[in-house]
Design a binder for this molecule. Structure first.
Ligand SMILES: O=C(O)CCC(=O)C(=O)O
Ligand SMILES: [Fe+2]
Length: 267
């Protein structure tokens, strides 16, 4: 896990405009939001209520083609934001490649990031009501995410928790920072040298919260596997190989849902 402080170069005004647009979106009537709650296999945009949680989520395909439910003039804000997230993700992956003693563009080339599949998937969590019954309400159950990195912005701090040495820690980062989560396909390609971060979300007790994860993934046709640089007699491959598309679609999930499946491909 890496936190990029407030020197990430993304203007506050851009983040603010994205938050404004999302706040308007989530505050629409259920009927209006339901227009994007379909099960069409060609969906590029999908709105969902969070099942056993009070979360609402909107997933939009961000790359290689960009889709969003905004009017053209407003969609510029969302496209601009997603482009900045991609640039930041690319820079971070160059750093990770170098930290592994590999050439800067190693991950970028192996994962064919020019046509990488990315999803922008904002969440809306209501405030926790004051009634004591609600004390344990959570926003998201423990999970890992698919892809290489998840770049996360939020409108207010408090809610995200990460697992470290079997304990849950609060990931308290300010709204001006971007929090970066290492996801499944970094773990697979490095054969477990980097670990995909287990995390969950508690409802912020005081105020409603929005979080803006950008799921930065490989190209859908890339077969992701432990690469030879991380495999030897003492370290046999720990994960089954699979295209990124097949990984996302396993368990009958839709590509846009961006669900993880790491435990099922461990060898
Ligand atoms: O809301 C958060 O802070 C985390 C969001 C998240 O983990 C996800 O949407 O996958
Ligand atoms: Fe997540």
């Amino acid at each position: 896990m890496i936190v990029v402080g407030d020197n990430h170069g993304i203007p506050d005004s851009l983040i603010g405009s994205v938050m404004n647009w999302l706040s308007n979106f989530f505050n629409q009537s259920d009927e209006e939001k339901r227009r994007y709650d379909t099960n069409d296999p060609t969906d590029r945009i999908r709105f969902r209520w969070g099942g056993r949680t009070q979360r609402e989520l909107l997933h939009m395909r961000a790359h290689p083609t960009f889709h969003c439910p905004a009017k053209p003039a407003e969609s510029m804000v969302l496209t601009g934001y997603c482009e900045r997230m991609r640039e930041m993700g690319m820079q971070l992956l160059r750093g990770i490649s170098k930290s592994l003693g590999l050439e800067e563009c190693y991950i970028e080339n192996k994962m064919k990031l020019e046509s990488g599949y990315s999803v922008f998937g904002p969440n809306y969590y209501p405030a926790l009501s004051q009634s004591s019954d609600d004390k344990n309400q959570i926003g998201q159950f423990p999970h890992r995410d698919p892809g290489l990195l998840v770049l996360l912005a939020q409108n207010v701090g408090g809610g995200l928790q990460i697992e470290h040495q079997k304990k849950w820690l609060n990931a308290d980062f300010p709204p001006s920072s971007i929090f970066v989560i290492v996801a499944d396909h970094i773990e697979i390609l490095t054969n477990g040298k980097y670990k995909s971060l287990l995390h969950r979300v508690a409802l912020n007790s005081e105020v409603e919260r929005m979080s803006l994860p950008f799921f930065f993934g490989p190209s859908l046709d890339v077969t992701v596997k432990p690469e030879p640089e991380f495999v030897d007699d003492h370290n046999p491959p720990s994960y089954r190989q699979m295209t990124y598309k097949a990984y996302l679609e396993s368990n009958d999930h839709h590509l846009i849902e961006a669900r993880a499946n790491l435990n099922q491909i461990r060898l």
